[in-house]
Write a protein that binds this ligand. Structure first.
Ligand code: BG6
Ligand code: MG
Length: 218
């Protein structure tokens, strides 16, 4: 390996597929407010904070709520979401992720978490990955949400790495934008058209083959 590098991982949609649980909880809330919420709508909430997600959801349904009502719905949504999260096990780690973390460990490459989720530490504990990360930056640590680069810049700092030597793995457009603004290398996971701003794009996490890793690290 030519230079010291580090990885910063998004959580939802990269390490685990929690987007499906966010979707179920947001859809129930929308149905309660008498409007439809589709998987396509759900794409707009990926990488976005909980509060901002509610705002987007309400604009989809053209619904106006008081601040107090918003707080009630935010708690309700998160309570339902946590019901799913509490059932999670290591089985839900996405394909290729355990092998990727093993590869990074074997090559002494540090890695951090950079997630918008306030539930990130709990999810990592549930799937047994909490202790593997050198640093965890989550929704409780940031004041500015992605696409602001704050979450990744804090991650780089915690790893004691320069931003340009960090590689971010992201499934959200906002996350790829945040990584690029932070002057980091970005690996987009998902639709190549949506994530076209990423430095590299993989269809899914099983694309982290040794060949791919050797290519990007050399
Ligand atoms: C992001 C998800 O990782 O975390 C978003 O992609 C979610 O969909 C956000 O809204 C906040 O998550 P939480 O767990 O704090 O509600
Ligand atoms: Mg994500």
């Amino acid at each position: 390996m030519k230079k010291e590098i580090a990885f910063i991982f998004d959580l939802d949609g990269v390490i685990v597929d929690t987007a499906k649980y966010h979707f179920l909880a947001w859809r129930n809330l929308a149905n309660e407010l008498s409007f439809e919420f589709t998987e396509k709508h759900n794409e707009l909430l990926k990488g976005v904070s909980r509060v901002r997600s509610l705002e987007i959801l309400l604009s989809i349904g053209n619904v106006t709520l008081t601040e107090a009502q918003k707080q009630t719905y935010l708690v309700k949504k998160n309570t339902e979401y946590l019901g799913y999260v509490n059932q999670m096990t290591a089985e839900e780690i996405l394909p290729g992720i355990n092998q990727l973390l093993d590869f990074l460990d074997q090559n002494n490459i540090k890695y951090a978490l950079g997630s918008a989720s306030k539930n990130a530490p709990l999810i990592l504990e549930k799937v047994g990955l909490y202790n593997r990360f050198s640093a965890i930056v989550d929704g409780n640590d940031v004041s500015k949400a992605k696409p602001d680069p704050e979450v990744f810049l804090i991650g780089a700092k915690k790893l004691n790495m320069k931003p340009e030597n960090c590689i971010v793995v992201e499934d959200a457009i906002a996350g790829v934008e945040a990584a690029n603004t932070a002057n980091m290398v970005s690996i987009g996971i998902g639709d190549a058209e949506l994530l076209k701003e990423a430095t590299y794009i993989l269809n899914d996490t099983s694309g982290f083959t040794t060949d791919f890793l050797q290519k990007i690290l050399n």
